[in-house]
Design a protein around this ligand. Structure first.
Ligand SMILES: Nc1ncnc2c1ncn2[C@@H]1O[C@H](COP(=O)(O)OP(=O)(O)OP(=O)(O)O)[C@@H](O)[C@H]1O
Length: 357
C-alpha cells in the first residue's frame, strides 16, 4: 500500500542552483536512501531519536515534503510523478494527524471535521451524513457545536482523527499523534486507532519516539537513525532481538533494565585479576520457562548473582531480561556464556567487576 524506494531528502539552506548541486555546506541530509514497504491493512511504526528524520519520512509519503530523490508510491500511484491537481486528489486518500492536532480554532468541532468535505465541494446534506457518524465513531457527537479551546487534548486528537477520516482515506499517517498526551489519554487514542484499522481496514503509518506506542499497536516497526532505516522487523522480533545497538538501547530504556549506578562505576572494560563478567541476558520463547540459571550451576559450576530481572509480554510473546554477575573461573564463565547462547539466550557482556570475597 505504501512503498518508499530509495527516498532521500536534503534540506538546502540556500536555494541557489549552484548550491543545490552539492556545494551547500549547511545542507541537511535528513533522509538517506530510505526504502520501506507497508502492506494494505498493516499498522507500521517508525521509531527513532529526535532529529533522526521521522517527520521528514512521514511527510514524504503525502509529499508535504518532496523527496530530493527516490520514489513514493501509495496504493499503486507514484506520488512523485503526479501533477499538482492529481496530487491534491491523491491526498484525499491519505489522512494525516499531528502531534499538536492542527485544528482550526475559529471553527466548531463539526466544521473542523466538515472542512475536507467542503474543500472537495460536497453538498451540505452529504457533509451532514458523513460528519455525524464520524463524530459518533470518535465519541464526540455531543461536542459538535463546541470549539477546540473547549476540548481536552485527547478530545482534540479525536476531532483531528475524524477530520482525517472524512474523505474516506485508505491510509492514515500519524505524526507523533500521542506525544502531547498523558499516558491514559495516549492509550485511549491508540485504542481508537486500532479500532479504525480493524473496522475500516485503513493502513496506518505512524512515527514515534516511544516504544510503548510501538508495543501497543504496531504490527511491524522500522528503526531510523541519522536519516537511514537501520532495522525493519515484526514487533515481537524487535522487542525480543533488536539487531542494532540503537535498537537495544531503545529496548533497554523501555524496559528500564540498566545496571545500578553503583555497579556501572565499578565496571571495567576488560577482565583482570579476580574479576567476573556482568552480563545482560535476553531470552524469549521456550527459554523463558526453562530453569537455565540453576542448570548453569550444575553443568558449568558457575554461580549466578541476579542484579535485576524482568519479564514482559509483547504481543503474545514473552520476553525475559536479566542483569547478572557470573561467578566462577574465566574458563567456567566462558563455558556458561556459551551454554546460554546455545539455548537461544542473547548474552551481552556489560563489563567486569572485581570481587574480593
Ligand atoms: N525544513 C527544514 N529545513 C532544514 N532542516 C530541516 C528541516 N526540517 C527538518 N530539518 C532537519 O532534518 C533533520 C531531520 O528532522 P526531522 O524533523 O525529520 O526529525 P525527527 O526525527 O522527526 O525529529 P523530532 O522527533 O525531534 O521531531 C534534522 O536535522 C532537522 O534539523
Amino acid at each position: 500500500m505504501i512503498e518508499l524506494s530509495n527516498v532521500s531528502k536534503t534540506y538546502f539552506s540556500n536555494t541557489s542552483v549552484g548550491k543545490r548541486k552539492g556545494n551547500d555546506k549547511n545542507a541537511v541530509h535528513a533522509l538517506k536512501n530510505a526504502s520501506l514497504s507497508v502492506p494494505k491493512g498493516a499498522i507500521h511504526g517508525v521509531i527513532g531519536l529526535s532529529g533522526a528524520g521521522k517527520s521528514t519520512l512521514i511527510r514524504c509519503v503525502n509529499l508535504l515534503e518532496r523527496p530530493t530523490s527516490g520514489s513514493v508510491t501509495v496504493d499503486g500511484q507514484e506520488m512523485t510523478r503526479l501533477s499538482n491537481a492529481e496530487l491534491n486528489r491523491a491526498r484525499h486518500r491519505i489522512g494525516m494527524i499531528f502531534q499538536h492536532f492542527n485544528l482550526l480554532t475559529t471553527r466548531t468541532v463539526f466544521d473542523n471535521v466538515a472542512l475536507p468535505l467542503e474543500l472537495m465541494g460536497q453538498k451540505r446534506h452529504a457533509v451532514l451524513e458523513r460528519v455525524i457518524p464520524l463524530l459518533e465513531m470518535v465519541g464526540l457527537a455531543d461536542k459538535a457545536d463546541q470549539y477546540p479551546a473547549q476540548l481536552s487534548g485527547g478530545q482534540k486528537q479525536r476531532v483531528a482523527i475524524a477530520r482525517a477520516l472524512a474523505s474516506k482515506p485508505q491510509v492514515l499517517l500519524c505524526d507523533e499523534a500521542t506525544s502531547a498526551l498523558d499516558p491514559q489519554t495516549t492509550s485511549s487514542i491508540l485504542e481508537l486507532l486500532r479500532d479504525i484499522n480493524r473496522q475500516l481496514g485503513i493502513t496506518i503509518l505512524l512515527i514515534t519516539h516511544e516504544m510503548e506506542v510501538v508495543k501497543s499497536i504496531c504490527h511491524r516497526v522500522s528503526l531510523i537513525s541519522d536519516g537511514k532505516l537501520v532495522e525493519d522487523a515484526e514487533v515481537g522480533d524487535f522487542f525480543t532481538a533488536p539487531r542494532t545497538q540503537l535498537g537495544r538501547e531503545f529496548l533497554n530504556d523501555f524496559l528500564q533494565l540498566t545496571p545500578p549506578k553503583e555497579l556501572i562505576e565499578r565496571l571495567m572494560d576488560a577482565p583482570g585479576h579476580n574479576t567476573h563478567p556482568v552480563v545482560r541476558l535476553t531470552f524469549s520463547g521456550d527459554a523463558v520457562s526453562t530453569p537455565l540459571i540453576s542448570r548453569l550451576a550444575r553443568e558449568c559450576g558457575v554461580d549466578v548473582s541476579i542484579l535485576q530481572a524482568k519479564v514482559e509480554s509483547i504481543q503474545e510473546r514473552t520476553l525475559g531480561l536479566m542483569i547478572a554477575e557470573l561467578l566462577g573461573t574465566a574458563a567456567q564463565t566462558q563455558q556458561a556464556m556459551a551454554y546460554l547462547e546455545s539455548h537461544q539466550l542473547q548474552v551481552e557482556v556489560l563489563g567486569y567487576v572485581q570481587r574480593n570475597d
